[in-house]
Design a protein around this ligand. Sequence first.
Ligand code: A3P
Length: 300
Amino acid sequence: MSKPEPAKDNGKMENTEIVTSAGTMVLVDNIRLPKSFESNRPLAEHVQCLQDLEMREDDVMILAYPKAGTHWLWEITSMLLAGKAEHEKRVKEMAMMEATAIEHIQAQPSPRVLNSHLPLRLLPRQIKEKKVKVIQVYRNVKDLFVSKYFHMKQMPGGEGMTWDLFEEEFFSETAPMGNFFNYMKEEYQFRKDNPDIPFFVVSFEDSKEHPGKVIRKLAQFLGVEASDQLCQDIAEATTLTKMREADKLKQKASHIPLINFYRKGQVGDWKNHMTVAQSERFDAAIKQLESCDYNFRFEL
Ligand code: A3P
């Protein structure tokens, strides 16, 4: 498997704006990011500052390609570290590295549960040095595709997005938020190249099938004491319905535009949307990840 190109950390990254069917995006090191992520710096500069960010030994990073279940695992992890089944007061986006000002990330109290959809080459170099704990969440690509399509459509400027156009963009090298297949290869390669970095790799499907088991294993990984009762309480507090309700309240309180991150939360919904030809296109494309250790499950 070919190694990903290292990020251009010596020169300045370019900040190229492009108008797409999903609104204005900014191309940073071949990753298309929504311009709406911009906080107090152009996105390319922001990403460079992120790479230099000082990490703390007790930081926890949640990494996932969009729509793999980032909110879910972020909430569970935050609850485990807090030792109580209470939802975070903030929306997840406040701890999302590409969409939050650097100063904001720096001001967060420890232990920080940060999250990102960026590939590791664009994230803080100190993740390696400080051996920061990383949780990688992944989801079968067909359900992820459907989820991302409906998500993009509801974003400002995304109304004109069509299913066919989205499919073409998804498979392109510069897909919005990066190409899924490249992302998955790169994360796997990073794990292989850095065996001393603690990684917890978990799938959406496993979390859906056995939430209690995943929560217990995650507690062990994080090194926190979690009673059976706490694990059960967290599983109940993070069902799809509870996550949706909590997020609505949080979004209202933060006065940010309401975005529905929770559509169906199912495994296998892709069958209601994809043609046989489309499904086969994904089956063929997923073969490029065969040498990685992911266990993609398309139904339960
Ligand atoms: P759907 O669009 O299929 O509903 P992310 O947080 O990475 O953006 O992922 C969002 C996806 O995770 C959405 O999928 C959302 O419904 C799903 N999700 C979040 N919490 C969930 C839960 N507790 N159970 C099942 N799915 C959940």
